[in-house]
Design a protein around this ligand. Sequence first.
Ligand SMILES: Nc1ncnc2c1ncn2[C@@H]1O[C@H](COP(=O)(O)OP(=O)(O)O)[C@@H](O)[C@H]1O
Ligand SMILES: [Mg+2]
Length: 332
Amino acid sequence: MAQPIISIRNLTTAFKLRSGWFPAVRDVSLDVERNETLCLVGESGCGKSITAMSAMGLMRTVKGCRVTGEVWFEDLDLTKLDEHAMRTIRGNRLAMIFQEPMTSLNPVLPIGQQVGEPLMFHRGMTRHEADEEAVRLLELVKIPDARRRLNQYPHQFSGGMRQRVMIAMALACGPDVLFADEPTTALDVTIQSQVLALLDEIREEHAFALVLITHDMGVVATIADRVAVMYGGEIVELAKTSVLFKSPRHPYTEALLKAIPRSDQDTKDLCAIEGQVPPIYDMPPACRFAPRCELREEICVEEHPDLRTRRGGKTHLTRCHVRNRVSRRSAA
Ligand SMILES: Nc1ncnc2c1ncn2[C@@H]1O[C@H](COP(=O)(O)OP(=O)(O)O)[C@@H](O)[C@H]1O
Ligand SMILES: [Mg+2]
């Protein structure tokens, strides 16, 4: 792998609940290369958003939350920066798009001002310069009639157009890494794929790293270069997209793939996996997935499995006692 643009090392984010501290994200290590799309997948509650928000330095100021580990960006460990220094990087070199555009856009400010704001803050542009750049950005995300729409308010935009505005804002300063947290979930299916295709196209053209959080394996198949599957706050499988879809190794990944909604079914949610993601205060101590797993053996409820490569390979990692053992035997 080439030099990663961002390197997350042993990231653990815990919350203080009444009965103690509980990790929502546990020991996550992830390298993301410039110019790749990495998808973080898993059911709701698996720790995807907290991973991204922790990497962006958004969790450390949250009361009752403790972040440990390292987040390397170029030669800086972001976890060691103070909030002032972090603000010069966030929204600038690292950007994030959230799930619901209406909660991230200010309803009483014209769109142009909101897109231009990071340019004035990070690039010292004047209002006029920022407006001109905002027009260019709105055109980049294919909002028709951009100059006229600069003075309009969020409620005058459709859901899909608002999400494009969010993308324009995130791209304003030409970030090196963009975290997009389920950026299209609130949109209807055809608009979703248009927005994601656009995001992927812009990423390729502008050569930044995209970390896309989604629970939609169909989306993953079309735009991800690599996939990290999360369960119970941990990465349980990491592989190139083609490899993951062709030969998934973790039983949870297999279950996710089986749960891809078919186009003739009107459902957004994964519903084919029995049981539920455990809450952070009630995590199975060994394999997090064991209670729901068809391959469960004694060791799975006794020992916590490591995230490991199979013999001979370097890029396909799996956290499963059974599968890792079978592959070692068959390789021997
Ligand atoms: N502020 C919080 N306090 C306590 N637990 C939290 C908090 N935020 C998130 N969690 C828990 O952390 C886990 C991971 O959450 P999250 O990263 O939002 O999941 P995902 O994005 O994969 O749906 C969930 O069990 C969630 O309930
Ligand atoms: Mg989330």
